[in-house]
Design a protein around this ligand. Sequence first.
Ligand code: FRU
Length: 497
Amino acid sequence: VQKDEDFRPNFHFTPKANWMNDPNGMFYLNGTYHLYFQYYPDDNVWGPMHWGHATSKDMITWEEQEIALYPDEKGYIFSGSAVVDKNNTSGFGEEGKTPVVAIYTYHDAEAAERKEDHQTQAIAYSLDEGMTWTKYEGNPVIPNPGLIDFRDPKVVWDDINDQWLMALATREKTLFYTSQDLKEWKKLSDFGENTGAHDGVWECPDIFPMQVEGSDETKWVLIQSLNPGGYNGGSGTQYFVGDFDGSTFTPEKNMEELEEKHPFWIDFGRDNYAGVTWSNIPDEDGRKLFLGWMSNWLYGEKVPTTTWRSSMTVARELKLVKDEDRYLVTSEPVEELQKYRSTNHVKKELNVNGNSIALTSEDLDLARAEIRFTISDLKDATYNFRLANSEGEEYIISYNHAQKQFSMNRSHAGQTGFSDKFATENATAPRISNSDSLNAIIILDKTSIEMYFDNGKTVITEIFFPNYPWDEFSFAGLEEFTVSEFQAYELEFPGKE
Ligand code: FRU
């Protein structure tokens, strides 16, 4: 029976030991991608937060580094971001060394217990490309204005309006602040009270301009996580598209009054939270790169691993597309993952009749696989995609074309008893695309599945804990149908079993 280390993914980032939640401070510099993360090094559940640190050359293979930020008398180090201050606007630079500046929330746990304002924003800088940090002596840079939830600063250099722009979350709104030197901040505006999902607390925002695919148009995207109140309850990440004039974010007409159950979510699965984008990606690259925490506050502290807890999603490329007059943010795994393809298993056409096994562990190892397929000519029927093992455990995702809805079932996918919130049976996702053919990229890594349908318009990320490894992937449907262009790759990671 699998447990603990057996559950550790092959290629998703996990801390060597103990508790991790949100990704923080992601930036790129001189060939290295940095990922910091909410980290408690002394236990396998949430506690006094530090920023852990990992680095990578390609966002796929990560190396864990020394802890970057420790809690101090001002509080725990909560989520935040980091920017490369190329023009030394902060004045932290020295002898030609470019400062990297981290902007984070101090959470004063004792003040919180006394029910006093306890969250403030602070900065720290690094002169060695993110390896060691010095906290600014003038902290906090934004005092608490009397709000209980006041956290998770995400700062970007706003090229269009020549300013540092911060998005910050409070319970029901995103707040925007501006600065010229990262030290002195002025509030600009707020957004969100009257639109979007609000069945929880807004956390971990992100804001940035994006070019609409295939056009010269620029729109601004605001990513806004909330917990609970996600699409399937618990933690989830919604987004808004609109314009930003340097001080106010104005959503598109169709996003002005979104209901709780709206269709604009970065991911509809139960396990992608608090995701944000990397800063300082070179213009020649130009991609918007994103990664989230692959868990959920409903059960994150209870999942059946003990020496380590939780992993990040695979890094993803976000795109902004215009689809029948609506703007959609899509995501797909970064192309760097394709460098790790080894064994290739191809079926040009797979005729499914009832139930057809597409792939077994003899074809390739399903604990590290990328599967791509298309179903053309969809009928008003239900299509099932199923992972299974010889012990009868299964994870099923179904697509009902009449209802245009996916549903995910992990109630027989191995261990579920650690939390009664884990295997709720009614998890669903809307199909966003109206196409009559369905394409999918599926990324499998032992204890997680990431499904990108319709070029990333509907994304579903979920974790599971099978007692035995998956050894079969199959298709089933009410009628006969054809899966065209079925391809699967085993992914191989040097130095990993
Ligand atoms: C989101 C969150 C953030 C906070 C951090 C604390 O998961 O609650 O709002 O900064 O986690 O670890």
